[in-house]
Design a binder for this molecule. Structure first.
Ligand code: ADP
Ligand code: MG
Length: 240
């Protein structure tokens, strides 16, 4: 579903992705972790072309990411993304936030878009919030809205970039629970997170990045139980 083949990226002189190779199969759940600044966000932003790589190949569902705008459009339609900051439109209701893209990008009739939005709001367990504004919701609820909003575009792949990092501790679980259910529904997911409980529970494989490189990739039991590199051992000792 996703293939990165020796991807390199620089920001000016800064080499932020170094020969990154990673393949993600359909329905696979991959968790990415690593120290701050190691290139995790840049890597997943390259997958939906929010950032451009300079060397190597990225292929998403058979579409290679090049400068061809048609390809970028096609990818954006297939890939949903959830960020650390929820990025909801504050002046629109929850329902309007959810129906905006289906109506304007997908040209879906309003009524149909609203039905779809309500289905996903129910899935993230906040249908009763539909007519409120983002500012009236808790952080955990807003992040669940952001997940529902991405799902309204019916993506084949969901990318998450530290979706719980900005949340108060008591709200982390309600967001992770939604992500666990999404994983169980068979969604292909790449999740940058330091929630190692989540990684153990749902990841098929865990990726460790450091200084722009993929250092280690392994199923969770092996990743946590038998880390091979010194850098991963050190990282795990700091976060667990
Ligand atoms: P992570 O998500 O693992 O914390 P990032 O992918 O955000 O790491 O950043 C990797 C490196 O690239 C860091 O050194 C960061 O400062 C740098 N970086 C990220 N975005 C930009 C940008 N838009 N311009 C310049 N440097 C950037
Ligand atoms: Mg990041």
């Amino acid at each position: 579903m996703i293939e990165l083949d020796r991807v390199n990226k620089w920001f000016g002189p800064l080499h932020v992705l170094r020969d990154v190779s990673l393949a993600v199969k359909e329905r696979e759940r991959v968790v990415v972790c690593g120290p701050s600044g190691s290139g995790k966000s840049t890597m997943i932003r390259c997958i939906n072309r929010l950032e451009q790589h300079q060397e190597g190949r990225i292929v998403v569902d058979g579409i290679e990411l090049t400068d061809d705008l048609r390809n970028i459009d096609a990818i954006r339609r297939e890939v949903g993304m959830v960020f650390q900051s929820f990025n909801l439109f504050p002046h629109l209701t929850i329902l309007e936030n959810l129906t905006l893209a289906p109506i304007w990008v997908r040209k879906m009739p309003k009524k149909e878009a609203e039905e779809l939005a309500m289905t996903y709001l129910a899935r993230v367990k906040i249908p009763e919030q539909a007519h409120k504004y983002p500012g009236q919701l808790s952080g955990g609820q807003q992040q669940r809205v952001a997940i529902a909003r991405a799902l309204c575009m019916r993506p084949k792949i969901m990318l998450f970039d530290e979706p719980t990092s900005a949340l108060d501790p008591e709200m982390i679980k309600e967001v992770l629970d939604v992500m666990v259910e999404l994983a169980e529904s068979g969604m292909t997911m790449v999740v940058v997170t330091h929630e190692m409980g989540f990684a153990r529970q749902v990841a098929d494989r865990v990726v460790f990045m450091d200084r722009g490189e993929v250092i280690e990739v392994a199923p969770p039991t092996e990743f946590f139980g038998n880390p091979r590199s010194e850098r991963l051992k050190l990282f795990l000792s700091q976060i667990l």
